[in-house]
Design a protein around this ligand. Structure first.
Ligand code: COA
Length: 336
């Protein structure tokens, strides 16, 4: 029998500070009515000053280990951190997280695919397991977007939140509940400017000029992103379902990137899946980018929404532009 990656543990963490739409309405020319009707978001969490992405990643990673019946210092072959907001431009944040989890000799690296990062990471982690390079991989999606939001940009400031989610994948077989059964990834760099932090990398540094302050913040052309996001996730999901031979009617749960509730429902309409099979937690957490899908998985699992053997379709879209989808069956795990 072929080897598959199997989900064996699931953890999530949200920083305690809740930022409501009302609080943002005091700071920006906006309102709860606008934010909720345009995005589906009521509140998000923002990390306190001094708390980094690595700190959030550690918490979710530790919880995923515990959920898998493991602990600090467990035998794990690789730690992959999907993030847009690493602790430093260099080095990657994953080795520090691995060290703090006492997974000291594990391979550790970051994946940079913005909101698609978790699905990219799943594909890499599963490939490492399927090829025999790893028995166990800890994949974490973690973000502190509050550190890169322009305090003068009401549009991005109301959308993004901080948080982390993690899965522990182990070597298993495709017939086991929890098996990851297929992937689809894509990109279109010709539209890189739609989601971008202009400064801080070699492109800006090569000019030897200091960056303009506004160029150090996250920027997004929301309207253009909206239509492309729906189309790319629909195409990716459909291609993957065809490849693995699943009909959309056989999918129990669509776990899409929580970018905007209207995007999720447009996607559901395009792929023809009923809204009650769409997993959503954006109302409570906002768009948490690479942490979005593992947080949505953890929150739905905590609510008892998934049954063992249920079929899940995950799909994401983000800066790059990048997109990706993955399918799995649901295992007997309790999130921590
Ligand atoms: N409060 C009140 N008004 C706001 C606002 C806010 N927070 N943000 C923008 N507006 C205003 C705009 O200035 C604009 O005003 P104008 O018509 O007078 O110029 C109006 O609302 C409409 O702006 P627009 O950008 O067309 O809104 P939208 O309906 O497209 O919604 C987003 C904006 C960002 C919510 C939406 O485009 C979106 O979700 N895009 C995709 C984001 C995404 O998926 N990212 C994925 C990768 S992370």
């Amino acid at each position: 029998m072929t080897t598959s990656a199997v989900l064996a543990g699931l953890g999530s963490y949200l920083p305690p500070r809740r930022v409501s739409n009302e609080e943002l309405s005091e700071r920006f020319d906006t309102s709860d009515a606008w934010i909720h009707s345009r995005t589906g978001i009521r509140q998000r969490r923002w990390a306190d000053v001094g708390v980094s992405t690595g700190d959030l990643a550690y918490e979710a990673g530790h919880r995923a280990l515990k959920s898998a019946g493991l602990g600090l210092g467990a035998s794990v072959d690789a730690v992959i951190l999907a993030t847009t907001t690493p602790d430093h431009p260099c080095p990657a944040t994953a080795p520090d997280v691995a060290h703090r989890l006492k997974l000291n000799s594990a391979a550790a690296f970051d994946v940079s695919a913005v909101c698609s990062g978790f699905v990219y990471g799943l594909t890499i982690a599963a490939s490492m397991i399927e090829s025999g390079h790893a028995e166990r991989v800890l994949l974490i999606g973690a973000e502190t977007y509050s550190t890169i939001l322009n305090p003068e940009d009401r549009t991005t400031s109301v959308i993004f939140g901080d948080g982390s989610g993690a899965v522990l994948l182990r070597s298993g077989t495709p017939d086991e509940p929890g098996a990851l059964l297929g992937f689809d990834l894509g990109s279109d760099g010709s539209q890189k400017e739609l989601i971008c932090i202009p400064a801080g990398g070699s492109r800006q540094r090569s000019t030897h000029l200091p960056p303009a302050p506004q160029d150090t913040y996250f920027t997004m052309q929301g309207k253009k992103v909206f239509a492309t996001a729906v189309r790319r996730m629909e195409e990716s999901s459909t291609a993957l379902l065809n490849r693995v031979g699943w009909s959309i009617d056989s999918v129990d749960h669509l776990v899409g990137h929580q970018a905007n509730l209207r995007i999720l429902y447009s996607l559901a309409e395009q792929v023809r899946i009923a809204r009650d099979r769409v997993v959503t937690n954006i109302e409570q957490v906002g768009n948490t980018s690479a942490a979005s899908i593992p947080l949505a998985l953890a929150h739905a699992a905590e609510q008892g929404r998934f049954k063992v053997g249920d079929r899940l379709l995950m799909t994401a879209f983000g800066g790059g532009l990048t997109w990706g989808s993955a399918v799995m069956t649901w295992p007997d795990v309790s999130p921590s």
